[in-house]
Design a protein around this ligand. Structure first.
Ligand code: ME8
Length: 514
């Protein structure tokens, strides 16, 4: 089965911040989870390189727009590599294949009569690259997202007959039994979109005369394609539209478009309308997560509180940064993050709970068995308990993108193993020289932790593999996890062989001071 997931393509005017890494890590966690569940995953990310905003940023730096985009493309790729983002393709909207697909779609829309010319004057927010009507601005007349005053822009543009799609979109978004149903999540955001659709749709401008840095319209080269239309089309270019039909047929439509609420309207209304006009299949699910603030403030350059993903990596390490980013606050609603809470979650979940568990099992095996997995009857009792805890709600939480819940259940499984160690008190068992019991205890902890590690893989791919190998797990953990998630069977012989060697390590998660 195929699974196609996308992140937004981020504006190439600046380097990525943790808002961008939030969506991208979440997508990566889902992509990895789906791969573990034996899906053939296509994971697309990239950057949005055209439009007035990019051109203005380049001018400010005395650079050409292309030059700035080349630099940002390298910067985004560098951070995603560092964060271990397993994307299938990184798309850039200045690529030739994208130009071909944008031209094709606009030509189809034009030929089918969905594009017409009209003089227009409106309030434009450059940061959003979007026209606003007065009623959508905040009380001070500013853009609700950027708090900046929009400028009046007047042009003769080509318009798209969005209004013709109102009924069609309403049916597809509101009726789960529609054969082209588009599932918008979470529920409150779906209701917002349905509410807005009920108010009616106005036609939208799809071209610009004043923006040179864009793709020329195929039917009027004096105008360029509106950057949002150009950007949305990336989702089909990325899976081979106009370039590789077999790939396109295989992966399109997308299973999830993931983004924050700021750009939900474009994804759930404008984009499906373009696809309907072009007679292409519609996205299956659109998930819009919340916006987070930092210590209660909006993250912004002017407040000087923009956090880069590198800062998180420097403080906690790559895998912990990934884990904390997506599990600190519930995924979906808006939320607030702070260094204090990040550090406290790091210390509780990773340094104390998981880190401590791994280190005490290794120390015991070192002390009593010289690092070798004892030859004993395999004891799967605890592993089965852990598997039962996880099987109940982990998959469900992951499939519903409730990463904080998935983490909670993982932590409770880790706590269970830690508690079992306290109950067994192997240090007392050794005093009475019951080596059989001691072997059986160690075997049970190891088998239980293997189960935990397989579930940790989507969040912490490198650390999970490291723990697996350190604890003498046999074979490639990803392969074994794929088999496990397919049949949910713990092999009778467990996941290791007697006498396999554990290896000592430094501290996995050194405590971080608040
Ligand atoms: O909108 N909280 O690009 P963009 C959560 N190019 N998520 C955040 C965030 C925050 N504080 N800040 C940013 C664009 N994001 C267009 C997209 S797609 C066809 C074109 C994330 O660079 C979140 O995913 O402004 C949000 O939707 C996205 O960055 C906006 O990125």
């Amino acid at each position: 089965m195929k699974f196609y997931i996308t992140t937004p393509i981020y504006y190439a005017n600046d380097v990525p911040h943790i808002g961008h890494s939030y969506t991208t890590i979440a997508s990566d966690v889902i992509a990895r989870w789906k791969r573990l569940n034996n899906f053939d995953v296509f994971f697309l990310t990239g950057i949005d390189e055209h439009g007035a905003k990019i051109a203005a940023a380049a001018r400010k730096k005395n650079r050409t727009s292309q030059d700035l985009c080349d630099e940002m493309s390298a910067k985004f790729k560098e951070i995603w590599k560092l964060l271990n983002i397993s994307y299938t393709e990184f798309i850039r909207t200045t690529e030739r294949k994208h130009l071909i697909s944008v031209e094709r779609i606009l030509k189809i829309l034009f030929e089918r009569g969905f594009i017409f010319k009209k003089k227009y004057e409106g309030l434009y927010c450059l940061e959003c690259e979007k026209f606003y009507s007065q009623k959508d601005l905040d009380e001070s007349g500013n853009c609700p997202f950027h708090k900046t005053s929009p400028v009046i822009q007047s042009e003769e543009n080509y318009f798209f007959k969005l209004s013709s799609f109102q009924t069609g979109l309403f049916e597809r978004i509101s009726n789960p039994n529609h054969k082209e149903y588009i599932e918008i999540q979470p529920e409150e955001r779906r209701n917002e979109i349905i509410g807005k659709l009920k108010l009616g749709l106005e036609d939208v401008s799809f071209s610009r005369t004043s923006v040179e840095w864009g793709i020329p319209l195929p039917f009027d080269r004096k105008q360029t394609v509106y950057v949002w239309v150009d950007a949305l089309i990336n989702y089909i270019t990325g899976v081979g539209y106009m370039a590789d039909d077999a790939k396109f047929q295989k992966y399109w439509p997308t299973d999830i478009h993931l983004m924050a609420k700021d750009i939900l309207w474009f994804h759930s209304v404008i984009w499906p309308a373009i696809l309907m006009a072009a007679e292409l299949p519609l996205p299956k699910k659109i998930y819009s997560h919340g916006f987070f603030t930092l210590n209660g403030d909006k993250m912004s350059k002017s407040l000087g509180n923009v956090i880069s993903p590198n800062e998180l990596i420097d403080k906690y390490g790559v895998d912990a940064a990934r884990y904390l980013t997506v599990t600190l606050i519930p995924f979906g609603p808006d939320g607030n993050i702070s260094w204090r809470e990040l550090t406290s979650k790091y210390n509780n979940d990773l340094a104390n709970n998981l880190g401590n568990l791994v280190s005490r099992i290794i120390k015991m095996t070192e002390k009593y068995f010289n690092f070798q997995i004892p030859q004993s009857t395999i004891n799967l009792q605890l592993a089965k308990k852990v598997a039962a805890i996880l099987s109940k709600s982990f998959a469900n939480s992951m499939d519903n993108m409730q990463f904080h819940k998935a983490a909670e259940v993982l932590q409770s499984a880790i706590t269970l193993i830690n508690k079992q160690i306290e109950i067994d008190s192997p240090w007392r068992v050794v005093k009475i020289m019951d080596m059989r019991k001691l072997s059986s205890c160690i075997s049970s902890y190891l088998q239980a932790i293997y189960i935990v590690v397989m579930h940790l893989l989507p969040f912490m791919p490198t650390v999970s593999e490291k723990i697996w190998n350190m604890m003498g797990g046999v074979g490639d953990v990803n392969e074994i996890a794929r088999k496990y998630f397919a049949d949910m069977m713990i092999p009778e012989c467990g996941f290791s062989v007697p006498h396999a060697k554990l290896s000592a390590m430094g501290i996995l998660f050194p405590r971080v001071e608040k």
